[in-house]
Design a binder for this molecule. Structure first.
Ligand code: MN
Ligand code: MN
Length: 472
């Protein structure tokens, strides 16, 4: 068989050149201002919203201000309506109703709003050698040794037997105390430092120190008694109420600018609130669409998308059925068509090339900070296992839309083929037979207490989501 004679390579077109480069190089003065403005809003969002519930509450607040209504509260739905549906306070779907019937499919943006953290156990409070501590169970994949000796805060809810719920945030206000987990002094760490990284600090050792003053005239566990008294007096709940509490321990403090050039953002929970924030923002910038535009923000991705508030729940499917019913379009078959005819950007963070750890990356297929939105044709690990592998026909359409609108983007993999990998919610949506691809923003320090992103990538992602909703 003859080989095709190769033709000399043409010089790359200017537009192609541009998108491969660092996005910072293309910005006008006005765009640089817009990049900073969006980064400021983003820092505010992730500083304030450190749990899935806090994210949902904030997104609902923003949605209402823009005229969105609760789907449950409306009887009839018409073209142009802006609606939201909240699932148990921990997941949300937002809709801008299009002019086309829903069975023609939707344009979906999806991301998750849970982040790795340390949860307080149901029976947490104990005293040891006159110190009061809380027992924890970590949530999601963390390198446990990263979570010691840093200031931590508690966010969450305590549900009391009388039906009332207390919202708790301790450690964020400058006047608040913080809490934390101790580490061994270097002077006595000979044995500890011989351990393998996964065991330097073990799960059961992530105990949070919360107090050291004994309550007067108390014989047993006086420090614990004092802490419980304080909790009762100041926060209004009893030891037993921990049984029905969801308290999440997260890094204390606000997100900030990072780098001498202020080009990056340093903050907790950027996986995946960076995609949640930009996806919601993109939807909020949409007022009229042909096919219905949707943003879905879900919980539990970090532990496998399970449970009623995770992506595998039928919540979204039910919301679509309700929406169709209220628009007078419902049938079981039409719900299926609506889902199967949809196009989705399933967004999650990716790993940005880190010059400190080049050995785990394949440079041609790595994401780079400042090079725009990241697309993963597939995720998974060890031979694409567990991955949604996006169709090239769909990818070509997305490329055309992004190029037309001068959005910077890059195609990448999480790391070298045999180095592990990760999963997202894309495969769950693919089950409905819709077109879906993993997209998002690349980070340094993924799953660490302080994650790092590029302001340019936040800006490009928001723009990318917006043009996707307008043009796919
Ligand atoms: Mn994620
Ligand atoms: Mn993650």
């Amino acid at each position: 068989m003859a080989t095709k004679k190769s033709t000399p390579a043409k010089p790359a077109k200017k537009a192609d050149d541009k998108k491969k480069k660092n996005a910072w190089l293309k910005y006008s003065a006005a765009q640089l201002k817009a990049v900073d403005k969006l980064a400021d809003e983003y820092k505010e969002f992730i500083s304030k919203c450190k749990t899935e519930r806090e994210c949902v509450a904030e997104i609902v607040r923003q949605a209402k201000a823009l005229g969105y209504k609760d789907l449950d509260s409306v009887k009839k739905v018409k073209t142009g309506d802006k609606l939201y549906s909240v699932n148990m306070g921990k997941a949300i779907a937002l809709f801008v109703v299009g002019s086309e019937p829903l069975e023609k499919g939707m344009k979906l943006l999806g991301a998750h709003i849970d982040s790795p953290r340390i949860d307080i156990k149901q029976n947490p409070v104990y005293e040891d050698k006159e110190l009061c501590l809380l027992d924890t169970h970590y949530y999601g994949g963390i390198k446990k040794y990263q979570w010691v000796t840093i200031p931590l805060a508690i966010h969450g809810v305590v549900c009391r037997k009388d039906g009332t719920t207390l919202n708790i945030v301790i450690g964020e206000d400058d006047k608040d105390p913080v809490i934390g987990i101790s580490d061994l002094l270097i002077h006595l760490s000979q044995d500890q430092l011989k351990k393998d990284g996964a065991k330097v600090i073990e799960g059961e050792d992530l105990n949070i120190l919360v107090g050291s003053i004994p309550l007067k005239d108390t014989e047993k566990d006086a420090v614990k008694a004092n802490v419980l008294k304080l909790i009762k007096d100041k926060y209004g709940f009893e030891e037993e109420d921990f049984l029905s509490a969801e308290l999440e321990v997260v890094p204390a403090g606000r997100a900030r600018d990072f780098g001498l050039d202020r080009s990056m953002v340093y903050g907790y929970g950027q996986d995946d609130r960076i995609c949640a924030f930009t996806s919601a923002k993109a939807l909020f910038n949409i007022t009229s669409v042909d096919r219905t535009a949707v943003c879905i923000l879900v919980d539990k991705e970090e532990i496998g998308s399970v449970g009623a508030t995770g992506m595998t729940s039928v919540f979204f499917e039910n919301a679509v059925a309700e929406l169709m019913d209220k628009r007078g379009e419902y049938s079981e078959l039409k719900v299926r068509r609506a889902l199967a005819n949809s196009h989705m950007l399933s967004s999650d963070v990716s790993a940005a090339f880190d010059p400190n750890f080049p050995s785990v990356m394949e440079p041609k297929n790595a994401a780079y900070l400042g090079h725009g939105m990241s697309f993963n044709k597939f995720t998974g690990s060890r031979g694409k296992s567990g991955s949604n592998d996006a169709n090239p026909e769909f990818i070509a359409k997305i490329r055309a839309i992004l190029d037309k609108n001068d959005v910077s983007y890059q195609f990448c993999e999480l790391g070298k083929v045999d180095q592990g990998g990760g999963g997202t919610i894309a495969y769950i949506m693919a089950k409905y037979n819709m077109e879906v691809i993993d997209s998002g923003v690349a980070l340094h320090n993924m799953h660490a207490p302080w994650e790092l992103s590029s302001k340019a990538d936040i800006y490009e992602a928001e723009r990318g989501y917006e043009v996707f909703l307008k043009e796919i």
